[in-house]
Write a protein that binds this ligand. Structure first.
Ligand code: URA
Length: 251
């Protein structure tokens, strides 16, 4: 059994404070009767909880899409600097959420936060090759030869050979970069190796999950059921491709 406000706030849709008010306004029903208190105990697996007549689904895991602003670390905690977790209200910070992958401190854009360790692991495994798309602005002029270098798998200064990547030029100093891996500073290092240092970087998507552009930097929202399902399908498709390759002896 769990407190009603805890069960609802775990969905990321309402804070505990809001639940308190909604209960007072008689807008929450539990098993057909108006909720009496935000602290009342409910069985999250079986109770029917309605908010304004709409069913609140119990969710074992929390999935949030954050529009990461520049200036915060993609970490759970840091003794000196603000992290992405500091952008969330207390009740969500208690949910053991972690960022799925890292964006540099000065990079903005899509960051998935979840406590579903299995899904996060599948998305981050080096073998998963989930597409990540970034918008990059550079100093210098991008040219067709940069696209060819990205597509052929560049070797960086430290000897690391990148997987083939996409570079779609939008204007002489802007491009969309698609990577299937996520090495430290990878977009910046690839573009710097072409003599076009990045001056602004924003992640737009990860697999099927796209940044909701209605979120301003620093804002977050829960993923929809379709978005969660989309990520699971991405991961399952990658696993089954990997298995097929193993059966054929490619790995
Ligand atoms: N590549 C980078 O260089 N930085 C990021 O934050 C993400 C990808």
């Amino acid at each position: 059994m769990d407190r009603l406000d805890k069960v609802i706030s775990a969905t990321g849709k309402k804070s505990r404070k809001e639940v308190k008010l909604l209960v007072r306004q008689g807008r929450i029903m539990v098993d057909g009767v108006p909720a009496v208190a935000a602290e009342m105990k409910v069985d999250p697996e079986t109770a029917e909880i309605l908010l304004d007549g709409e069913k609140i689904r119990y969710e074992k895991y929390t999935y949030l899409m954050l529009h990461k602003p520049a200036g915060v670390l993609s970490a759970v905690e840091d003794s000196r600097q603000r992290t992405v977790l500091d952008l969330l209200p207390q009740e969500l910070r208690r949910r053991d959420l972690s960022p799925v992958g890292r964006l540099d401190k000065d990079t903005e854009g899509l960051l998935l936060l979840t406590n579903d360790g299995a899904l996060a692991h599948q998305l981050l495994r080096p073998k998963s090759h989930v597409d990540k798309v970034y918008y990059a602005r550079v100093a210098g002029e991008l040219e067709a030869s940069d696209c060819e270098a990205f597509a052929s798998g560049m070797t960086l200064g430290d000897g690391f050979t990148c997987m083939p990547a996409g570079l779609e030029i939008l204007s002489p100093c802007e491009a969309l970069v698609t990577l299937q891996e996520g090495k430290f500073h990878q977009v910046k290092r690839m573009l710097a190796a072409r003599g076009k240092p990045v001056v602004y970087l924003k992640r737009l998507s990860m697999g099927s999950l796209r940044l909701d552009e209605t979120l301003t930097p620093g804002e977050y929202r829960p993923l929809t059921a379709e978005e969660v399902e989309g990520l699971r399908s991405t991961v399952n498709a990658l696993i089954s491709t990997e298995r097929q390759k193993m059966r054929k002896g490619f790995c």
